[in-house]
Design a binder for this molecule. Structure first.
Ligand code: IPM
Ligand code: MG
Length: 371
């Protein structure tokens, strides 16, 4: 029997290509796993009205971790139009399956390392080494939204005097999205960030928020962060606002170590950090819970490039590295990182985003050669 059971979930578009390129890398490393294919993505939305069928969730429950490629997602109305005619008008509504997975499995921590490997022509500066901790289940991603706003919600909102400025707005011209945060959720993500900082000797944790405007949710997060920071005397807590942080990250990216943020701000700031060190072709991530984790590159399904053996598989390969590391295969993970760094430093294999013409498969082969 293989040592690990892995849910293999390529999804849509280039997700398939980068996963195909990554498998031989894992094999070369000697990662001992049994892989089970899992359905997810646009095809299943169109055919079955559910981009994440129940049978897929079942496989996830039976495996140790999941490796995920990419999915196409579209806004609600566009998604509804693409449903199979037999499923139209059944009131089905598209909800991002990856967001659903994060919530179903309580994958509370999105871990997004952004490191500038030497020799990558796409690095904004050298020596950037940021790790983003993004809260992954709360905030604006809870799906609690209203349009039109029902009477009871409207009335509840009207207990706030600031609602008066919306008095004259017809109810169907009013939309409300919520940002729901809990003390538990805020404390948990900040604690995870500090634990990481402690383990890897990082001198600071930077909180990205906007408590001057989002007083309640931002205020809660800030209070939780300050409370957690007290338990880590050697590590500084820096408090920043999301807008200014975007500026500073471009200006002084080397000043930051560990960044922690709620869901939406973490989403935004992690894309920014990814671009500092090469962009989507290099951005790996893990959705990590207490007992299960789903690992995914942060890029999408890139339909424009699908089938061309073109996209950079480094993000996916690094994602696989995060998975084996999380499973406890530290030595293998370290070996893989050295191989990836070696390929980048050498500069012979360069995918299109790096200004070269090495294909997806060939880039993965270059990593294998280094192993
Ligand atoms: C990400 C993506 C997702 C998100 C989308 C695809 C729903 O942008 O993983 O960062 O917003 O979380
Ligand atoms: Mg994102």
């Amino acid at each position: 029997m293989a040592k690990y059971k892995i849910a293999w979930m390529p999804g849509d578009g280039v997700g398939n290509e980068v996963m195909d390129a990554t498998r031989p890398v894992l094999d070369k490393l000697g990662f001992d796993a049994e892989y089970t294919h899992v359905d997810i993505g646009w095809e299943f939305w169109k055919k079955e009205g559910n981009p994440l069928p129940d049978r897929s969730l079942k496989v996830l429950h039976e495996t140790d971790a999941c490796l995920f490629g990419a999915i196409t997602s579209k806004p609600r109305d566009e998604a509804a139009k693409e449903l199979d005619p037999s499923l139209q008008d059944k009131g089905l509504s598209y909800f991002s399956p990856i967001v659903r997975l994060r919530q179903e499995f309580d994958l509370h921590t999105s871990l997004r390392p952004c490191k500038a490997y030497k020799g990558n022509p796409l690095n904004l500066k050298d020596d950037i080494d940021i790790v983003v901790f993004r809260e992954n289940t709360e905030g604006s991603y809870g799906g609690v939204e209203f349009h039109p706003v029902p009477d009871n919600v409207y009335e509840a909102l009207c207990t706030n005097p600031k609602m008066h400025k919306f008095d004259a707005v017809p109810r169907d011209e009013l939309a409300v999205s919520t940002r729901i945060m809990t003390k538990h959720g805020c404390t948990r993500i900040v604690r995870n960030a500090f634990e990481y900082a402690k383990k890897y000797n990082r001198p600071s944790v930077t909180l990205v928020e906007k408590p001057n405007v989002l007083r309640e949710t931002g205020g809660l997060m800030t209070r939780c962060a300050r409370a957690v920071a007290k338990d880590y005397p050697g590590i500084e807590l820096w408090e920043t606002n999301i807008d200014a942080m975007c500026m500073w990250l471009v200006k002084n990216p080397n000043s930051y170590d560990v960044i922690v943020a709620e869901n939406m701000f973490g989403d935004i700031v992690s894309d920014l950090c990814a671009q500092l060190v090469g962009g989507l072709g290099f951005a790996a991530s893990g959705n990590i819970g207490d007992n299960y984790a789903v690992f995914e590159p942060t890029h999408g399904s890139a339909p424009k490039y699908y089938g061309q053996n073109k996209v950079n598989p480094m993000a996916m390969i690094q994602t696989a590295r995060m998975m084996i590391d999380w499973l406890g295969e530290k030595e293998m993970a370290a070996k893989l990182e050295t191989a990836v760094a070696g390929v980048i430093a050498e500069g012979k294999a360069r995918t299109y985003d790096m200004g070269g013409n090495t294909g997806t498969m060939e880039m993965a082969q270059a990593v294998i050669a280094k192993l």
